[in-house]
Design a protein. Structure first.
Length: 401
């Protein structure tokens, strides 16, 4: 997921901060990393619910939740669900263009190394899905990355048209399913029983957790029928933005960013409200509305964050290290949640409220931000980034600065 950090400039020296060179290329990269770091946080705020209990996976509320609990969980659905991963996918597509440029500057063959990179990413994602989190997205990104490579020469305008068409087709298909009376939770009582069973499994040791992950994989793969195409649509939008180098100079696109906010917030929040009030992913009508409007809200978030990071470069400097180590931090978030919520560690699954769960997620991310800054002062790559890079280039990159 880019979650992979792009294969950008690696000169073996610390990069200037955006405050040191706010208009140069390093500042652009810093903004991209800061946006990716923020997307990491949003992803965690959504994913942590699947560690908190097994009910979320079965698309039903935890029976122990009160009104306030459901309001908190609903706020996360409204603000971040269906939006956070689109922001990540956009950055994957944008960083893809930076990787192509980096390979061209080095005179390297891009296609072969990128395919190796995607193979390595798929392997990491498969291990992640089995051992840490059955909601892994890395394997999907790896496969979609190969499709992106195949259409790398697509014109920016065509990429945007195709992206819109993909969103429209997926929304239409889900809408037809809703009209025909399809439902993702045909038996509420059975879903509640399955949720209780999954929660109990999460409280077990590593064997029970792995078995639960394996048992959940078929349903997760089914969910990718919607998430996968939408992620690829966001890839294409990122690809188009990257070809125009839109993040190279954020102030130059102030008008476009404001337009994204003016349209994205009212339309996106209205659609998100329908989605959240209707029951989230479990309701196909609300899901259809979210498929159409979530990209607009994600674009509004990106616009606001980019403007914020440009005006307050120190904020970007603080968050960017987490984005530079995005693959390591994505895996680290799953490991942290595993140790907090499952029987491998504290066994808090089913024992924390949604509000407490969000505080835990914020604490995990806060530790990651501080740890990322500390690490990058000493090392060039994060542990996972180093492994992926070594595999991609068949070499042992120098780790220490």
């Amino acid at each position: 997921m880019n979650v992979l950090r792009s294969d950008r400039r690696d000169h073996g020296r610390p990069r200037p901060s955006s405050g040191d060179n706010p208009t140069g290329d390093d500042a652009r990269i810093n903004v991209v990393d800061a946006l990716r770091g923020t997307a990491l946080l949003l992803i965690l705020l959504v994913n942590v619910a699947f560690f908190r209990s097994g009910f979320a996976f079965h698309l039903v509320d935890d029976p122990a939740d009160g009104v306030l609990d459901r309001l908190v969980a609903g706020a996360v659905e409204l603000l971040f669900a269906m939006k956070a991963y689109l922001l990540f996918a956009f950055l994957f597509g944008y960083s893809f263009t930076l990787q192509i440029d980096s390979a061209a500057r080095r005179g390297a063959a891009f296609g072969r190394s990128f395919r190796r990179r995607m193979a390595g990413l798929f392997a990491i994602g498969a291990v992640h899905a089995v051992l840490l989190f059955h909601g892994d997205i890395l394997t999907t990104y790896a496969l979609l990355g190969l499709v992106l490579l195949a259409v790398a020469r697509i014109a920016p305008r065509t990429a945007l048209v195709v992206a819109a068409a993909i969103v429209g087709v997926v929304a239409f298909a889900v809408g037809v399913a809703a009209v025909l009376g399809a439902t993702l939770v045909p038996d509420q009582a059975a879903a509640l029983a399955a949720g209780a069973q999954s929660t109990q499994a999460l409280r077990g040791g590593i064997g029970a957790v792995v078995l639960e992950h394996l048992r959940s994989l078929p349903a997760m793969l089914g969910g990718l029928a919607v998430q996968g195409p939408l992620a690829f649509a966001a890839f294409l939008v990122g690809l188009a933005a990257g070809k125009h180098r839109m993040l190279a100079s954020v102030p130059a696109h102030e008008h476009l960013l404001r337009r994204c906010e003016q349209v994205g917030y009212p339309v996106g929040l209205a659609g998100a409200t329908v989605f959240a009030v209707g029951g989230g992913t479990a309701n196909l009508t609300g899901l259809m509305v979210s498929i159409v409007t979530a990209p607009l809200l994600a674009a509004a978030y990106a616009a606001t964050l980019l403007r914020l990071f440009t005006r307050l470069p120190r904020v970007a400097d603080a968050v960017a290290p987490a984005g530079r180590l995005a693959l390591t931090n994505y895996l680290g978030q799953s490991l942290g949640c595993l140790l907090v919520f499952t029987g491998v560690g504290l066994g808090l699954a089913g024992r924390t409220s949604p509000a407490q769960t969000l505080l835990i997620a914020l604490a995990i991310f806060g530790v990651q931000v501080a740890a990322s800054a500390w690490w990058l002062r000493r090392f060039r790559y994060g542990p996972a980034e180093w492994v992926l890079r070594a595999w991609t280039h068949r070499t042992r990159p120098a780790m220490r600065r």
